[in-house]
Design a protein around this ligand. Sequence first.
Ligand SMILES: C[S@@+](CC[C@H](N)C(=O)[O-])C[C@H]1O[C@@H](n2cnc3c(N)ncnc32)[C@H](O)[C@@H]1O
Length: 232
Amino acid sequence: MSDPDTPQPHRNFYGRSKGKTLRASQKDYLANDLEAMRLKGVTVQENAARTVLDMTQFGARPVWLEVGFGGGEHLVHMAALNPQIHLIGCEPFVNGVAMLLGKIRAAGVQNLSIHPGDVRDLFDVLPDGVVEKCFLNYPDPWPKARHHRRRFVTPGYLAPLHRVMAPGAEFRIATDIPDYVRQAHEEVPPAGFRLEREAGAGGAWPDWLSTRYEQKALREGRSPHYLTFRRD
Ligand SMILES: C[S@@+](CC[C@H](N)C(=O)[O-])C[C@H]1O[C@@H](n2cnc3c(N)ncnc32)[C@H](O)[C@@H]1O
């Protein structure tokens, strides 16, 4: 969701940041609601010195993170279910951000902040050990073998995630891609996380809310897989 007129951040992003034309209501959410909910000081443009964020802006509330929230259904559900928590959601896809803002208006939740961009920019400016739970729901699968290094379950993402998570914090991954499960098993434990729980279809977490991508996977005959890791 970056502005084409401003200098671009220092790393490649291979996903989509724009999709089909936004509806008038979605343009309204972006124009009127995003600024108040947007986490400030995350982008390189806004914080070139990469000064660490002041977490007291969230009061004493624990902070949870959702990476790639898509349409935002799971993020809003978690915010509504856990009013004592502050949730941060990251998503570079502007259509997803607009969908989230619509859901926030409908649900009236206030305990969340949005970074409408790459989670790696957020990692740069989070202090150590502040994220007490992290959700990674249906991450981009990058099916071609030569693209597997773009997946989230690689050291470029896992090392900073480990740094920003609190010792003992939970890291949940949901995916419908068997090869993603394989790579998660191979790469997440060496990054400093212990596998705690693993389940297939029907075995989601008790507080789980099925996402758009899970629904798509189920329609197309793919089976969900749920992994729970704990940061050492
Ligand atoms: C397959 S979609 C799943 C969306 C949603 N979690 C769901 O389950 O419906 C993966 C999402 O991750 C987002 N994503 C990819 N790379 C990201 C990054 N570096 N930082 C934040 N989000 C990212 C994409 O834009 C996309 O919306």
